[in-house]
Design a protein around this ligand. Structure first.
Ligand code: PEP
Ligand code: MN
Length: 250
């Protein structure tokens, strides 16, 4: 359960919002738009793992506070990333799901730390992690006594560079066969391009994913992070309609 939202049941759970928290207007307007379109959880990064140290690395605690403002305005529960064991308590105060990012999937101290909480945790697949390595990362959280774990396929490294990563659609049925844990698909980070997000989202829903993680921004051209893969409010609303149609056809 994420707040009062069941994850892993028949209804796919869509978690949507900007890559990074930037300001109150951006967060609150996005929260209202994604809620109106049918999202059940609001995402937004306050602590950002960036490839370059010179890129925008997030607002930190101020960002967590803005997530909380958006939650108060809309009632949507929050998912946000935690990067270090020392930040777990603080992030847990402002968040409903602790996200372990792809780059931290094998940060075993972090996995132990989120495993000591009893909060929902999303473990994203490492950029080059096998299914077994990924499931064993989730096992760290479970071994700490925290059973509230979901997985997220967010694409893996391949030789292809036209897409940011390569969505491994087969991961969805493989994980469902090997594990009882809910599996979410992230077509935003796996593709890197807004026009690929909806078709790839539909493919993982058709493959049986329990939900989606989608980046949405009021003005993707001005986003401080991941603008090229972010959907406008209108495109997100269209995605949701198509997800409902595909789910209804299964
Ligand atoms: C994210 O979801 O904000 C993110 C950074 O994704 P990943 O860890 O999959 O790169
Ligand atoms: Mn992002």
């Amino acid at each position: 359960m994420v707040g009062d939202v069941p994850v892993g049941g028949p209804e796919p759970v869509v978690m949507a919002g900007p890559c990074s928290v930037e300001d109150e207007e951006q967060m609150v307007s996005t929260a209202k738009a994604v809620k109106a379109a049918g999202a059940r959880v609001l995402r937004g990064g306050a602590f950002k793992p960036r490839t370059s140290p010179y890129s925008f690395r997030g607002m930190g605690l101020d960002g967590l506070k803005l997530l909380n403002t958006a939650k108060q305005e809309t009632g949507l529960p929050i998912i946000t990333e935690v990067m270090t064991p020392g930040d777990v308590d603080t992030v847990a105060q402002y968040s409903d799901v602790l996200q372990v990012g792809a780059r931290n999937m094998q940060n075993y101290n972090l996995l132990d730390a989120v495993g000591e909480t009893r909060m929902p945790v999303m473990v994203k697949r490492g950029l080059a992690a096998s299914y077994e390595e990924w499931l064993l990362a989730a096992e760290y959280v479970l071994a700490g006594g925290n059973n509230n774990v979901m997985l997220c396929e967010r694409g893996i490294r391949s030789f292809e560079s036209m897409t940011r990563f390569t969505m491994d659609v087969a991961a969805i049925p493989v994980i469902k066969r090997l594990s009882h844990l809910p599996i979410i698909g992230d077509p935003s980070h796996s593709t890197g391009h807004w026009y690929l997000v909806t078709p790839v989202a539909l493919s993982v829903i058709a493959a049986g994913a329990h939900g989606l993680l989608i980046e949405v921004h009021p003005n993707p051209d001005l986003a401080k992070c991941d603008g090229p893969q972010s959907l406008t409010f209108e495109n997100f609303s269209n995605l949701m309609n198509q997800v409902r149609a595909v789910k209804g056809a299964l």
